[in-house]
Design a protein around this ligand. Structure first.
Ligand code: ADP
Ligand code: MG
Length: 396
């Protein structure tokens, strides 16, 4: 079904000048010791805001920050983001300590054409994640137009990403959201062979996705902490490596689904292991079985070479989750080898996931990737063919 883009909105006869535009952005920046440690998400939100501002819209910008679970947690106030957003946007940004109610409405009334207001953390209200209709309506009452640009939260049906759309007469997708969907469509309908690298530590979250992806992924290379639940399912000794015991059956299902479709699923054949989750102690490379008391913290050199070679042969690559504990130099080689293989490949490539992006940035391969996705969970759901609630709500 048709979704209005920002171009469509700005080009429409009614236009946006003087209109109150509620923009759901993803300003959920990582914080360290009370400071913004990475402003990528702020910068990624700027193009849409800038275009709307230049067209004379009155901008009401909203986001969540962290997981305050319905409480006013002071450390998770979006107030810290207002000056950073102002700087990135090159414009003044006012801040409202309330995201709904009379104080928010007064702040909106004070906006001039091209003015920008940032609302307080939406998740200070538990109604946000519950997609409470009254709360959605209260948010909607602030605005004439709803623009969703928060791709990273588009897989959640929340009041500000989904519910609000029913109460606002005009709605559109922001440029960031549109660009994410365009790039991810090339993974959803890939040029084959399609290769997926799945790693990281969120085993249970990702196994569900893997089950859906396995049948239509030509080659699935599993690494990182994910791999050990699979190896355990095959009866391989994994020492004290990361394991989600209650997911072993799911891992079996993923392997069966892949095999049934005639696809290949690759698991690490060797491992870099340590006795503790630290790079201080001794490390050892294990081929096949991992010794008692040792934990695999990176794919081994033979696996890294195999995976990198797969990357060179693929036409489309999707990567979510590092191949090892790349934050520690000793266990970064596997992730680096795969990143290098991806960089050398002609394939159209997408990397998604907070830590995966951090890894390719840290290792210096970001420029070699066709598309860096701002949403890990959202991109993983989208490429399975799941309709994202934040996108569906924009359909007219
Ligand atoms: P993303 O944020 O890209 O979706 P995850 O959050 O699932 O990725 O996982 C990232 C984390 O996985 C990293 O912090 C990394 O240190 C960790 N990790 C990778 N390999 C292993 C492993 N073998 N054992 C334990 N943790 C691992
Ligand atoms: Mg992560």
């Amino acid at each position: 079904m048709a979704i209005t883009t920002l171009d469509g909105l700005l080009g429409s006869t009614e236009g946006v000048r003087g209109k109150r535009v509620f923009v759901r952005a993803d300003l959920n920046v990582p914080l360290r010791e009370g400071q913004i440690s990475d402003d990528s998400r702020i910068r990624a939100s700027v193009p849409t805001l800038r275009r709307l501002r230049e067209a004379g819209a009155r901008l009401i910008v909203s986001s969540h920050l962290g997981r305050p679970k319905g409480e006013r947690v002071p450390e998770l106030s979006l107030a810290i983001v207002a000056p950073a957003l102002a700087e990135a946007l090159g414009a003044e940004v006012s801040f409202s300590q309330q995201c709904v109610g009379p104080e928010a409405a007064a702040a909106v009334d004070a906006l001039e054409d091209g003015g920008v207001l940032l609302l307080e953390n939406l998740r200070y209200h538990k109604e946000e994640t519950k997609n409470d209709p009254a709360f959605a309506k209260a948010l909607a009452s602030l605005a004439d137009i709803f623009v969703n640009d928060a791709f990273g939260t588009a897989h959640r049906a929340h009041a500000s990403t989904a519910g609000i759309a029913a109460f606002v007469p005009r709605k559109a997708a922001g440029d960031l959201l549109r660009s994410e969907l365009e790039h991810l469509n090339k993974v959803l309908h890939p040029q084959r062979p399609l290769l997926c690298f799945l790693g990281g530590a969120k085993v249970s979250d990702k196994l569900v996705a893997l089950e859906a992806l396995a049948p239509h992924t030509d080659v699935l290379c599993v690494g990182g902490g994910m791999a050990y639940t699979f190896l355990k399912a095959k009866g391989v000794a994994i020492g004290s490596s990361l394991l989600e015991e209650d997911r072993i059956e799911d891992a079996r299902k993923v392997m069966a689904a892949s095999e049934e479709a005639g696809n290949r699923l690759l698991l690490p054949s060797d491992h870099v292991a340590a006795q503790e989750f630290s790079e201080a102690g001794p490390t050892q490379v294990f081929e096949g079985e991992i010794g008692e008391g040792w934990m695999g913290l990176d794919i081994g050199p033979a696996t890294a070479a195999t995976y990198a070679e797969e990357a060179r042969k693929a036409s489309t690559i999707f990567w979510n989750g590092p191949m090892g504990v790349f934050e520690m130099q000793t266990f970064a080689a596997g992730t680096e080898a795969v990143a290098k293989g991806l960089a050398e490949s002609e394939a159209f490539s997408v990397v998604g996931g907070g830590d995966s992006l951090a890894a390719v940035n840290k290792l210096g391969f970001a420029k070699e990737v066709s598309h860096l996705s701002t949403g890990g969970g959202a991109s993983l759901e989208y490429i399975q063919g799941i309709e994202l609630p934040g996108v569906k709500a924009l359909e007219s």
